[in-house]
Design a protein around this ligand. Structure first.
Ligand SMILES: Nc1ncnc2c1ncn2[C@@H]1O[C@H](COP(=O)(O)OP(=O)(O)O)[C@@H](O)[C@H]1O
Ligand SMILES: [Mg+2]
Length: 427
């Protein structure tokens, strides 16, 4: 009676050797079978690791490229939008005003685009403050709901004991809007978006970037259509989109990626086709107390203090000086940090040094800021940049105004800096 044979499937390497006697006559075959399941698994793991490495190197290279382009565009856009704002104040004729307004609108679109590119390349000038995600995300709720659709339910559940994180609040808000919009587009029949967070301890093997230590994982998941396996590795790339023209720019997840990385964390995405998508932003735990909420009124008037403007690009300098004068400030301008130091040494009264960060020469804006803090502790410092090496700005403790800026943002930033005690400002 034949016993039913149990079949065990495994990956095998089989070697068959012909066996011959002394005269060379074939007398049979020898067969060696080796179980190579483990070797296959190890090879598969290596292949995946190599793929992931190639993927992150690709993102890195793309970042270098986009960052370089965006930087130059920011200076140009600053000139376009600044001059448009100035012209608008001078014009009376409705048709001229309309023309200027459309220039402004186009410049604003360009700004958004460069902002996203800079965000992706992690060269955005960020203003991280220490926040509680529980508080802040709750404040974004209304905006997030309006970014979704009526047939989509939004659940926000962030525990009370969540660790504080240091992050740029505007960029975080934008990141969440980008994620919600993606989920919305993936849930044409309606569905649920859930935002949660938890405290986690990362080990190097947990993330591609080998992060380790204490992080907050901000998790957004949806019940949408999911992402196909071969599309998934590409979604963080700038301009990668599966949406129709006009519907998607392919920059949403790039911004999320850039922000997380620039904030010292990272982002992961997991998805199964048909089973929804989960995006996790990891942000490093901050050990500082949550910042006080600043009560800033919307329309901040200027003042009559003296501002020393340090900017090497003459067009940007001209437009910045005009905006400052329009706010009522007395403006002195120089083209280099060295010239600024000379002017300060001459005993000129200056209340605030407003300097670009990136400048040619040995002393850049950051070094100037440090020196002013050292030698003239009473003088406030405001940095500006369209482009900032992340680490520098984050560690400097100086506020940074992102270029290009609107006159209202400029007014607020200057008033904030002037109102802050020198000792508190310079941490
Ligand atoms: N929650 C999601 N569900 C399904 N697909 C998604 C989701 N988020 C992102 N994607 C995919 O990733 C692509 C890139 O997203 P993104 O960078 O935001 O650009 P865009 O939304 O402009 O296409 C999308 O086109 C889509 O294919
Ligand atoms: Mg998107």
């Amino acid at each position: 009676m034949a016993r039913p044979q149990r079949r065990l499937a495994f990956f095998a390497s089989v070697v068959i050797d012909a066996m011959r006697d002394e005269g060379g006559k074939l007398i049979g075959f020898a067969k060696i079978t080796r179980d190579i399941t483990e070797r296959r698994a190890a090879e598969e793991k290596l292949r995946r690791a190599q793929e992931q490495l190639a993927q992150s190197q690709k993102l890195e290279a793309l970042g270098q490229l986009t960052g370089g382009i965006a930087h130059d565009f920011n200076n140009m856009l600053m000139v376009v939008s600044g001059n448009a704002q100035i012209l608008k104040k001078r014009l009376r004729d409705a048709r001229n005003l309309r023309a200027v307004e459309s220039i402004e609108l186009a410049a604003a679109r360009g700004e958004t685009l460069t902002r996203q590119l800079l965000a992706f390349s992690r060269r955005q000038a960020l203003n991280p403050i220490v926040i509680s995600l529980r508080q802040r995300v709750a404040e974004f709720r209304e905006l997030l709901v309006s970014s979704a659709r009526g047939d989509i339910k939004l659940i926000i559940e962030i525990p009370r004991n969540i660790w504080p994180v240091a992050v740029d609040v505007h960029e975080l808000e934008l990141a969440l809007v980008n994620l919600v919009v993606n989920s919305r587009d993936a849930m044409l029949e309606g569905g649920t978006i859930t935002i949660t967070a938890k405290n986690v301890r990362l080990r190097p093997e947990d993330t591609l970037e080998h992060l380790s230590g204490e992080f907050v994982a901000l998790v957004l998941s949806d019940t949408g259509c999911g992402i196909e396996a071969d599309v998934l590795p590409k979604v963080f790339e700038p301009f990668f989109t599966t949406k129709q023209l006009e519907k998607g720019t392919g920059l949403g997840l790039s911004q999320v990626y850039g922000l997380s990385r620039q904030s010292g964390g990272t982002v992961t995405i997991s998805s199964e086709q048909g089973a929804g998508t989960t995006v996790i932003l990891y942000l490093p735990r901050s050990h500082s107390p949550v910042s006080d909420r600043r009560n800033i009124e919307e329309d901040s008037p200027g003042g009559n203090e003296t501002i020393l403007l340090v900017e090497d690009n003459p067009d940007v300098q001209e437009v910045a000086a005009m905006l400052l004068q329009q706010l009522g400030y007395r403006v002195l301008h120089v083209q280099s940090p060295n010239a600024a130091l000379q002017l300060l040494a001459s005993g000129e009264t200056v209340d605030l040094v407003f300097t670009d960060i990136m400048m040619p020469g040995e002393v850049d804006g950051m070094a100037l800021a440090r020196q002013v803090k050292e030698e003239y502790p009473d003088i406030a410092v405001l940095l500006t940049s369209g482009y900032a090496k992340a680490a520098n700005t984050r560690e400097s403790g100086f506020p940074v105004l992102r270029k290009p800026y609107q006159i209202s943002t400029l007014a607020r930033a200057i008033r904030d800096v002037l109102a802050t005690e020198p000792a508190r400002l310079l941490t």
